[in-house]
Design a binder for this molecule. Structure first.
Ligand code: ADP
Ligand code: ASP
Ligand code: MG
Length: 453
Protein backbone atom coordinates (compact mmCIF):
# COMPACT_ATOMS: atom_id res chain seq x y z
CA UNK A 1 0.00 0.00 0.00
CA UNK A 2 1.54 3.30 -1.13
CA UNK A 3 0.20 6.68 -0.01
CA UNK A 4 1.38 9.95 -1.50
CA UNK A 5 1.06 12.73 1.09
CA UNK A 6 1.34 16.34 -0.06
CA UNK A 7 1.75 19.20 2.37
CA UNK A 8 1.09 22.80 1.32
CA UNK A 9 2.94 25.97 2.28
CA UNK A 10 1.15 26.69 5.55
CA UNK A 11 1.43 23.02 6.54
CA UNK A 12 5.24 23.29 6.43
CA UNK A 13 5.51 27.02 7.20
CA UNK A 14 6.85 26.96 10.77
CA UNK A 15 8.53 24.79 13.43
CA UNK A 16 5.13 23.85 14.88
CA UNK A 17 3.70 23.08 11.46
CA UNK A 18 6.65 20.88 10.50
CA UNK A 19 6.39 18.94 13.76
CA UNK A 20 2.65 18.56 13.26
CA UNK A 21 2.95 17.12 9.73
CA UNK A 22 5.82 14.84 10.74
CA UNK A 23 3.42 13.24 13.26
CA UNK A 24 0.78 12.85 10.55
CA UNK A 25 3.34 11.10 8.35
CA UNK A 26 4.50 8.89 11.22
CA UNK A 27 0.90 7.84 11.93
CA UNK A 28 0.20 6.82 8.34
CA UNK A 29 0.44 3.08 7.76
CA UNK A 30 2.16 1.48 4.78
CA UNK A 31 4.68 3.02 2.41
CA UNK A 32 4.69 6.80 2.19
CA UNK A 33 5.89 9.21 -0.46
CA UNK A 34 5.84 12.80 0.77
CA UNK A 35 5.58 15.82 -1.54
CA UNK A 36 6.03 19.37 -0.25
CA UNK A 37 5.47 22.98 -1.19
CA UNK A 38 7.85 25.73 -0.15
CA UNK A 39 7.33 27.24 3.32
CA UNK A 40 4.49 29.77 3.13
CA UNK A 41 5.52 33.13 1.71
CA UNK A 42 8.76 31.81 0.19
CA UNK A 43 7.55 31.35 -3.41
CA UNK A 44 5.98 34.84 -3.45
CA UNK A 45 9.27 36.22 -2.14
CA UNK A 46 11.26 34.44 -4.86
CA UNK A 47 8.84 35.53 -7.58
CA UNK A 48 9.22 39.16 -6.49
CA UNK A 49 13.02 38.73 -6.58
CA UNK A 50 12.68 37.73 -10.23
CA UNK A 51 10.18 40.43 -11.16
CA UNK A 52 11.35 43.41 -9.12
CA UNK A 53 14.66 44.53 -10.57
CA UNK A 54 15.12 46.98 -7.69
CA UNK A 55 15.40 44.21 -5.10
CA UNK A 56 18.94 43.70 -3.82
CA UNK A 57 19.75 40.06 -4.58
CA UNK A 58 22.22 39.82 -1.72
CA UNK A 59 19.40 40.79 0.64
CA UNK A 60 17.19 38.15 -0.96
CA UNK A 61 19.87 35.51 -0.37
CA UNK A 62 20.38 36.61 3.24
CA UNK A 63 16.66 36.65 4.09
CA UNK A 64 16.14 33.27 2.43
CA UNK A 65 19.04 31.72 4.35
CA UNK A 66 17.94 33.15 7.70
CA UNK A 67 14.33 32.09 7.27
CA UNK A 68 15.31 28.44 6.79
CA UNK A 69 18.20 28.35 9.24
CA UNK A 70 16.18 29.89 12.06
CA UNK A 71 13.73 27.04 11.73
CA UNK A 72 16.53 24.44 11.49
CA UNK A 73 18.21 25.78 14.65
CA UNK A 74 14.99 25.32 16.60
CA UNK A 75 14.42 21.85 15.22
CA UNK A 76 17.81 20.15 15.24
CA UNK A 77 20.87 19.91 17.41
CA UNK A 78 24.15 17.98 17.72
CA UNK A 79 25.07 15.54 14.99
CA UNK A 80 21.71 15.82 13.25
CA UNK A 81 22.18 19.58 12.91
CA UNK A 82 25.66 19.07 11.48
CA UNK A 83 24.35 16.50 9.04
CA UNK A 84 21.55 18.86 8.06
CA UNK A 85 24.00 21.71 7.50
CA UNK A 86 26.09 19.65 5.06
CA UNK A 87 23.01 19.08 2.88
CA UNK A 88 21.80 22.63 3.43
CA UNK A 89 25.07 24.21 2.26
CA UNK A 90 25.10 22.07 -0.89
CA UNK A 91 21.65 23.28 -1.83
CA UNK A 92 22.36 26.80 -0.70
CA UNK A 93 25.44 27.25 -2.87
CA UNK A 94 23.38 26.06 -5.86
CA UNK A 95 20.64 28.55 -4.91
CA UNK A 96 23.16 31.39 -4.71
CA UNK A 97 24.62 30.47 -8.07
CA UNK A 98 21.18 30.43 -9.71
CA UNK A 99 20.16 33.79 -8.25
CA UNK A 100 23.40 35.65 -8.91
CA UNK A 101 24.50 34.28 -12.26
CA UNK A 102 23.85 37.05 -14.83
CA UNK A 103 23.98 34.56 -17.73
CA UNK A 104 21.20 32.47 -16.17
CA UNK A 105 18.94 35.53 -16.11
CA UNK A 106 18.71 35.36 -19.88
CA UNK A 107 17.55 31.76 -19.79
CA UNK A 108 13.81 31.39 -20.60
CA UNK A 109 13.52 29.03 -17.61
CA UNK A 110 15.22 31.41 -15.17
CA UNK A 111 11.97 32.30 -13.37
CA UNK A 112 11.11 28.59 -13.06
CA UNK A 113 14.52 27.90 -11.58
CA UNK A 114 14.43 30.68 -9.00
CA UNK A 115 10.77 30.32 -7.98
CA UNK A 116 11.13 26.56 -7.41
CA UNK A 117 14.07 26.91 -5.00
CA UNK A 118 11.89 27.05 -1.86
CA UNK A 119 10.74 23.44 -2.24
CA UNK A 120 14.37 22.25 -2.14
CA UNK A 121 14.71 23.60 1.40
CA UNK A 122 11.30 22.73 2.85
CA UNK A 123 11.80 19.12 1.70
CA UNK A 124 15.18 19.02 3.42
CA UNK A 125 13.74 20.40 6.66
CA UNK A 126 10.88 17.91 6.70
CA UNK A 127 13.09 14.90 5.90
CA UNK A 128 15.30 15.83 8.85
CA UNK A 129 12.33 16.29 11.19
CA UNK A 130 11.30 12.74 10.26
CA UNK A 131 14.83 11.55 10.97
CA UNK A 132 14.79 13.31 14.33
CA UNK A 133 11.73 11.19 15.16
CA UNK A 134 13.65 8.01 14.36
CA UNK A 135 12.11 7.44 10.93
CA UNK A 136 14.20 6.73 7.86
CA UNK A 137 13.83 9.55 5.36
CA UNK A 138 15.62 11.21 2.48
CA UNK A 139 14.99 14.57 0.78
CA UNK A 140 14.84 14.32 -3.00
CA UNK A 141 14.68 17.17 -5.49
CA UNK A 142 12.55 16.52 -8.59
CA UNK A 143 15.84 16.01 -10.44
CA UNK A 144 16.91 13.31 -7.98
CA UNK A 145 13.50 11.62 -7.89
CA UNK A 146 13.02 11.67 -11.67
CA UNK A 147 9.96 13.89 -12.01
CA UNK A 148 9.88 15.07 -15.64
CA UNK A 149 8.06 18.01 -17.20
CA UNK A 150 7.32 19.29 -20.69
CA UNK A 151 6.03 22.63 -21.91
CA UNK A 152 6.63 26.35 -21.88
CA UNK A 153 8.21 28.29 -19.00
CA UNK A 154 5.99 28.59 -15.90
CA UNK A 155 3.32 26.29 -17.33
CA UNK A 156 4.78 22.80 -17.51
CA UNK A 157 2.88 19.53 -17.62
CA UNK A 158 4.19 16.39 -16.01
CA UNK A 159 5.43 13.72 -18.42
CA UNK A 160 3.73 10.84 -16.62
CA UNK A 161 5.32 8.01 -18.58
CA UNK A 162 8.86 9.32 -18.15
CA UNK A 163 8.20 10.10 -14.48
CA UNK A 164 7.01 6.53 -13.94
CA UNK A 165 10.38 5.36 -15.24
CA UNK A 166 12.22 7.91 -13.11
CA UNK A 167 10.43 7.00 -9.89
CA UNK A 168 10.85 3.28 -10.54
CA UNK A 169 14.60 3.81 -10.63
CA UNK A 170 15.02 6.43 -7.91
CA UNK A 171 12.14 6.02 -5.45
CA UNK A 172 10.77 2.49 -5.49
CA UNK A 173 13.88 0.96 -3.92
CA UNK A 174 13.71 3.47 -1.08
CA UNK A 175 10.14 2.40 -0.36
CA UNK A 176 11.21 -1.23 -0.31
CA UNK A 177 13.69 -0.26 2.42
CA UNK A 178 11.00 1.62 4.39
CA UNK A 179 12.68 4.95 3.68
CA UNK A 180 10.29 7.88 3.32
CA UNK A 181 11.25 10.07 0.36
CA UNK A 182 10.33 13.74 0.74
CA UNK A 183 10.10 15.09 -2.80
CA UNK A 184 9.94 18.71 -3.96
CA UNK A 185 6.53 19.62 -5.42
CA UNK A 186 5.84 22.41 -7.91
CA UNK A 187 8.24 21.47 -10.72
CA UNK A 188 9.71 18.77 -12.89
CA UNK A 189 12.82 18.63 -15.04
CA UNK A 190 12.51 19.39 -18.74
CA UNK A 191 14.39 17.64 -21.52
CA UNK A 192 17.30 20.06 -21.13
CA UNK A 193 17.57 19.16 -17.45
CA UNK A 194 16.13 22.51 -16.35
CA UNK A 195 13.48 23.04 -13.67
CA UNK A 196 10.06 23.71 -15.20
CA UNK A 197 7.25 24.71 -12.85
CA UNK A 198 3.63 23.56 -13.14
CA UNK A 199 2.12 26.99 -12.47
CA UNK A 200 1.40 28.57 -9.08
CA UNK A 201 -0.01 26.12 -6.58
CA UNK A 202 1.48 23.31 -8.69
CA UNK A 203 2.55 21.03 -5.82
CA UNK A 204 -0.96 19.51 -5.70
CA UNK A 205 -0.57 18.56 -9.35
CA UNK A 206 2.97 17.29 -8.74
CA UNK A 207 1.64 15.02 -5.95
CA UNK A 208 -1.11 13.66 -8.16
CA UNK A 209 1.37 13.06 -10.99
CA UNK A 210 3.76 11.32 -8.60
CA UNK A 211 0.83 9.23 -7.31
CA UNK A 212 0.01 8.23 -10.87
CA UNK A 213 3.62 7.44 -11.74
CA UNK A 214 4.31 5.32 -8.65
CA UNK A 215 0.88 3.63 -8.90
CA UNK A 216 -0.13 4.83 -5.45
CA UNK A 217 -3.18 3.46 -3.66
CA UNK A 218 -4.08 6.85 -2.20
CA UNK A 219 -3.15 10.48 -2.70
CA UNK A 220 -3.64 12.86 0.21
CA UNK A 221 -3.54 16.64 -0.21
CA UNK A 222 -3.02 18.10 3.26
CA UNK A 223 -3.96 21.77 3.55
CA UNK A 224 -5.35 24.30 6.03
CA UNK A 225 -9.10 23.63 5.70
CA UNK A 226 -11.17 20.51 6.45
CA UNK A 227 -11.58 19.54 2.81
CA UNK A 228 -13.12 20.60 -0.49
CA UNK A 229 -15.92 22.97 0.42
CA UNK A 230 -19.14 24.16 -1.18
CA UNK A 231 -17.43 27.52 -1.86
CA UNK A 232 -14.28 29.43 -0.97
CA UNK A 233 -14.67 29.85 2.82
CA UNK A 234 -12.97 33.24 2.65
CA UNK A 235 -15.84 34.42 0.47
CA UNK A 236 -18.81 32.47 1.76
CA UNK A 237 -18.81 32.25 5.55
CA UNK A 238 -21.26 29.34 5.82
CA UNK A 239 -19.59 27.16 3.18
CA UNK A 240 -19.69 23.48 4.14
CA UNK A 241 -17.13 20.69 3.66
CA UNK A 242 -18.11 17.99 1.19
CA UNK A 243 -17.34 14.48 2.41
CA UNK A 244 -17.20 13.04 -1.09
CA UNK A 245 -17.04 14.18 -4.71
CA UNK A 246 -16.44 12.50 -8.02
CA UNK A 247 -13.46 13.29 -10.24
CA UNK A 248 -15.52 15.30 -12.77
CA UNK A 249 -17.02 17.56 -10.12
CA UNK A 250 -13.67 18.32 -8.51
CA UNK A 251 -11.87 18.71 -11.85
CA UNK A 252 -14.36 21.30 -13.17
CA UNK A 253 -14.22 23.31 -9.95
CA UNK A 254 -10.42 23.22 -9.72
CA UNK A 255 -10.06 24.28 -13.36
CA UNK A 256 -12.54 27.10 -12.91
CA UNK A 257 -11.09 28.69 -9.80
CA UNK A 258 -11.49 26.59 -6.61
CA UNK A 259 -8.07 27.40 -5.21
CA UNK A 260 -7.98 24.47 -2.81
CA UNK A 261 -6.57 22.31 -5.63
CA UNK A 262 -4.29 23.33 -8.50
CA UNK A 263 -6.35 23.40 -11.69
CA UNK A 264 -4.84 20.19 -13.09
CA UNK A 265 -4.66 18.06 -9.95
CA UNK A 266 -7.43 15.63 -10.75
CA UNK A 267 -6.41 14.20 -14.13
CA UNK A 268 -3.33 12.14 -13.14
CA UNK A 269 -5.29 10.56 -10.25
CA UNK A 270 -8.38 10.00 -12.41
CA UNK A 271 -6.39 8.26 -15.13
CA UNK A 272 -5.54 5.46 -12.70
CA UNK A 273 -8.66 5.70 -10.51
CA UNK A 274 -6.55 6.62 -7.47
CA UNK A 275 -8.70 8.03 -4.64
CA UNK A 276 -7.59 11.58 -3.79
CA UNK A 277 -8.23 12.99 -0.34
CA UNK A 278 -8.21 16.63 0.76
CA UNK A 279 -7.42 16.84 4.45
CA UNK A 280 -6.60 19.39 7.14
CA UNK A 281 -3.09 19.22 8.63
CA UNK A 282 -4.32 21.34 11.56
CA UNK A 283 -7.16 18.90 12.21
CA UNK A 284 -5.97 15.48 11.05
CA UNK A 285 -8.80 13.60 12.79
CA UNK A 286 -11.34 15.24 10.52
CA UNK A 287 -12.57 12.94 7.73
CA UNK A 288 -11.78 15.40 4.92
CA UNK A 289 -13.04 15.03 1.35
CA UNK A 290 -12.72 11.85 -0.68
CA UNK A 291 -12.54 12.48 -4.44
CA UNK A 292 -13.02 9.31 -6.47
CA UNK A 293 -14.53 7.88 -9.65
CA UNK A 294 -17.76 6.73 -8.05
CA UNK A 295 -20.80 8.81 -8.83
CA UNK A 296 -23.07 8.92 -5.81
CA UNK A 297 -26.74 9.89 -5.65
CA UNK A 298 -27.22 13.55 -4.73
CA UNK A 299 -30.14 15.32 -3.10
CA UNK A 300 -29.05 18.90 -3.53
CA UNK A 301 -29.05 20.52 -7.01
CA UNK A 302 -25.75 22.27 -6.41
CA UNK A 303 -22.72 20.93 -4.59
CA UNK A 304 -20.15 23.68 -4.91
CA UNK A 305 -19.56 26.96 -6.67
CA UNK A 306 -16.27 28.56 -7.73
CA UNK A 307 -15.25 31.60 -9.69
CA UNK A 308 -12.41 32.39 -12.03
CA UNK A 309 -11.39 36.03 -12.12
CA UNK A 310 -9.35 38.06 -14.64
CA UNK A 311 -11.01 36.89 -17.84
CA UNK A 312 -12.00 38.67 -21.07
CA UNK A 313 -14.47 37.83 -23.82
CA UNK A 314 -13.09 38.27 -27.33
CA UNK A 315 -15.90 38.34 -29.91
CA UNK A 316 -14.92 37.85 -33.54
CA UNK A 317 -17.45 38.73 -36.20
CA UNK A 318 -17.19 36.93 -39.53
CA UNK A 319 -20.23 36.96 -41.85
CA UNK A 320 -21.93 33.54 -41.72
CA UNK A 321 -19.01 31.92 -39.88
CA UNK A 322 -21.25 28.91 -39.27
CA UNK A 323 -20.94 28.14 -42.99
CA UNK A 324 -17.16 28.55 -42.90
CA UNK A 325 -16.00 25.75 -40.63
CA UNK A 326 -12.48 25.94 -42.05
CA UNK A 327 -12.17 29.56 -40.91
CA UNK A 328 -13.46 28.67 -37.47
CA UNK A 329 -10.79 25.98 -37.30
CA UNK A 330 -8.16 28.51 -38.41
CA UNK A 331 -9.05 30.83 -35.52
CA UNK A 332 -8.59 28.08 -32.96
CA UNK A 333 -5.44 26.84 -34.64
CA UNK A 334 -3.95 30.33 -34.57
CA UNK A 335 -4.60 30.73 -30.84
CA UNK A 336 -3.20 27.29 -30.15
CA UNK A 337 0.15 28.45 -31.57
CA UNK A 338 0.65 30.42 -28.36
CA UNK A 339 -1.00 27.68 -26.24
CA UNK A 340 -3.74 30.08 -25.19
CA UNK A 341 -6.22 28.42 -22.87
CA UNK A 342 -9.84 29.00 -23.90
CA UNK A 343 -12.10 28.89 -20.85
CA UNK A 344 -15.34 29.07 -22.85
CA UNK A 345 -16.64 29.26 -26.39
CA UNK A 346 -19.96 30.41 -27.73
CA UNK A 347 -21.02 30.74 -31.37
CA UNK A 348 -23.84 32.30 -33.38
CA UNK A 349 -24.40 32.54 -37.14
CA UNK A 350 -21.75 35.24 -37.62
CA UNK A 351 -19.91 35.48 -34.29
CA UNK A 352 -17.64 33.46 -32.16
CA UNK A 353 -17.03 34.52 -28.56
CA UNK A 354 -13.94 33.20 -26.76
CA UNK A 355 -13.21 33.47 -23.07
CA UNK A 356 -9.50 33.90 -22.31
CA UNK A 357 -7.32 35.16 -19.48
CA UNK A 358 -6.73 38.94 -19.44
CA UNK A 359 -3.00 38.33 -19.82
CA UNK A 360 -3.63 36.46 -23.09
CA UNK A 361 -5.77 39.14 -24.77
CA UNK A 362 -2.92 41.09 -26.38
CA UNK A 363 -1.28 37.93 -27.69
CA UNK A 364 -4.64 36.63 -28.98
CA UNK A 365 -5.40 39.85 -30.84
CA UNK A 366 -1.95 39.88 -32.45
CA UNK A 367 -2.48 36.29 -33.63
CA UNK A 368 -6.01 36.97 -34.88
CA UNK A 369 -4.78 39.96 -36.86
CA UNK A 370 -2.46 37.60 -38.71
CA UNK A 371 -5.54 35.86 -40.16
CA UNK A 372 -7.10 36.99 -43.42
CA UNK A 373 -8.53 40.37 -42.46
CA UNK A 374 -11.06 40.34 -45.34
CA UNK A 375 -13.00 37.63 -43.56
CA UNK A 376 -12.97 39.30 -40.15
CA UNK A 377 -15.45 42.15 -39.93
CA UNK A 378 -14.88 43.09 -36.31
CA UNK A 379 -13.15 42.02 -33.12
CA UNK A 380 -14.53 43.21 -29.83
CA UNK A 381 -13.04 42.73 -26.35
CA UNK A 382 -14.97 42.88 -23.07
CA UNK A 383 -12.62 42.75 -20.09
CA UNK A 384 -13.36 42.64 -16.34
CA UNK A 385 -15.15 39.31 -16.66
CA UNK A 386 -15.48 36.46 -14.15
CA UNK A 387 -16.58 32.93 -14.86
CA UNK A 388 -18.88 31.31 -12.32
CA UNK A 389 -18.71 27.53 -12.22
CA UNK A 390 -21.67 25.87 -10.52
CA UNK A 391 -21.30 22.14 -10.04
CA UNK A 392 -24.01 19.67 -9.20
CA UNK A 393 -25.19 16.25 -10.24
CA UNK A 394 -27.44 15.92 -13.28
CA UNK A 395 -27.87 19.66 -13.72
CA UNK A 396 -28.99 19.07 -17.29
CA UNK A 397 -31.84 16.85 -16.16
CA UNK A 398 -33.26 19.32 -13.68
CA UNK A 399 -35.98 21.15 -15.54
CA UNK A 400 -35.88 24.87 -14.95
CA UNK A 401 -32.67 24.81 -12.92
CA UNK A 402 -30.85 27.21 -15.26
CA UNK A 403 -33.79 29.56 -15.12
CA UNK A 404 -33.67 29.51 -11.32
CA UNK A 405 -29.93 30.24 -11.29
CA UNK A 406 -30.22 33.08 -13.79
CA UNK A 407 -33.16 34.45 -11.82
CA UNK A 408 -30.82 34.67 -8.83
CA UNK A 409 -28.17 36.38 -10.96
CA UNK A 410 -30.73 38.91 -12.10
CA UNK A 411 -31.77 39.58 -8.52
CA UNK A 412 -28.18 40.64 -7.80
CA UNK A 413 -28.42 43.12 -10.68
CA UNK A 414 -25.89 41.31 -12.87
CA UNK A 415 -26.36 40.22 -16.44
CA UNK A 416 -25.12 36.95 -17.87
CA UNK A 417 -22.49 37.76 -20.51
CA UNK A 418 -21.81 34.24 -21.78
CA UNK A 419 -23.08 30.73 -20.97
CA UNK A 420 -21.72 27.24 -21.28
CA UNK A 421 -24.17 24.53 -20.43
CA UNK A 422 -24.39 21.05 -21.84
CA UNK A 423 -20.70 20.44 -22.43
CA UNK A 424 -20.28 18.92 -18.99
CA UNK A 425 -23.15 17.15 -17.27
CA UNK A 426 -22.00 18.30 -13.85
CA UNK A 427 -21.18 21.98 -14.47
CA UNK A 428 -23.11 25.07 -15.42
CA UNK A 429 -20.67 27.82 -16.35
CA UNK A 430 -21.57 31.43 -17.04
CA UNK A 431 -19.79 34.75 -17.13
CA UNK A 432 -20.70 37.93 -15.29
CA UNK A 433 -18.99 41.28 -14.82
CA UNK A 434 -16.36 41.01 -12.08
CA UNK A 435 -18.14 43.82 -10.20
CA UNK A 436 -20.98 41.42 -9.38
CA UNK A 437 -19.09 38.11 -9.17
CA UNK A 438 -18.72 37.78 -5.40
CA UNK A 439 -22.35 38.68 -4.81
CA UNK A 440 -23.45 36.16 -7.45
CA UNK A 441 -21.43 33.37 -5.78
CA UNK A 442 -22.85 34.22 -2.36
CA UNK A 443 -26.43 34.36 -3.63
CA UNK A 444 -26.25 31.12 -5.58
CA UNK A 445 -24.63 29.39 -2.61
CA UNK A 446 -27.29 30.71 -0.28
CA UNK A 447 -30.17 29.63 -2.51
CA UNK A 448 -29.02 26.31 -3.93
CA UNK A 449 -26.55 24.89 -1.39
CA UNK A 450 -27.61 26.23 2.01
CA UNK A 451 -31.23 26.74 1.11
CA UNK A 452 -31.86 23.07 0.39
CA UNK A 453 -33.24 20.91 3.14
P1 ADP B 1 -1.91 24.97 0.34
O1 ADP B 1 -0.86 25.96 0.76
O2 ADP B 1 -2.10 23.89 1.35
O3 ADP B 1 -1.71 24.45 -1.05
P2 ADP B 1 -3.93 26.81 -0.60
O4 ADP B 1 -3.94 28.15 0.05
O5 ADP B 1 -3.35 26.70 -1.97
O6 ADP B 1 -3.28 25.77 0.40
O7 ADP B 1 -5.43 26.25 -0.69
C1 ADP B 1 -6.22 26.17 0.46
C2 ADP B 1 -7.16 27.36 0.52
O8 ADP B 1 -8.05 27.32 -0.60
C3 ADP B 1 -8.09 27.37 1.70
O9 ADP B 1 -7.47 27.96 2.84
C4 ADP B 1 -9.28 28.16 1.20
O10 ADP B 1 -9.20 29.48 1.64
C5 ADP B 1 -9.14 28.17 -0.30
N1 ADP B 1 -10.32 27.66 -1.03
C6 ADP B 1 -10.84 28.21 -2.15
N2 ADP B 1 -11.89 27.50 -2.59
C7 ADP B 1 -12.06 26.47 -1.74
C8 ADP B 1 -12.97 25.37 -1.68
N3 ADP B 1 -13.94 25.20 -2.56
N4 ADP B 1 -12.83 24.50 -0.66
C9 ADP B 1 -11.85 24.65 0.25
N5 ADP B 1 -10.96 25.66 0.26
C10 ADP B 1 -11.05 26.57 -0.74
N1 ASP C 1 5.23 26.85 -3.76
C1 ASP C 1 4.48 26.90 -4.99
C2 ASP C 1 3.53 28.10 -5.01
O1 ASP C 1 3.46 28.81 -4.02
C3 ASP C 1 3.75 25.64 -5.27
C4 ASP C 1 2.66 25.28 -4.29
O2 ASP C 1 2.58 25.84 -3.20
O3 ASP C 1 1.85 24.40 -4.59
O4 ASP C 1 2.93 28.35 -6.01
MG1 MG D 1 -2.22 25.26 -2.93
Amino acid sequence: MITVMKFGGTSVGSVEALNRVAKIIANEKGKRVVVVSAMSGITNFLVSAVEDVKMDLNDVIKTFREKHLNVAKELFSGELYDEFMVEFEKRFSEFQKVILDKEMRKDPYYADNVSSQGERFSSLLLAFVLKSMGLKSVALTSEMAGVYAVGKPLSGSCDLKKTEGGLNVNVRLLLDDDIIPVITGFYGVNEDGKPLTFGRGGSDYAASAIGNAINADNIQIWTDVNGFMSADPRLVKNAVTLTEMNFSEAAELAHFGAKVLHSRTIEPARLKHIPLWVKNSYNPENYGTLIHHIRGQRKEPLRSVAMKLDLSIITITVGEISYKPAFLAKILEKLSEAEIIIYGISTSLSNIALLVHNLDVKKSLALLHMLDSIDIERINVRSNMTLICAVGDGLLNRTGFCGDVFGAVKAVGASVEMISEGASDVALNFVVSTDYATEVVKTIHEKFVNGVE
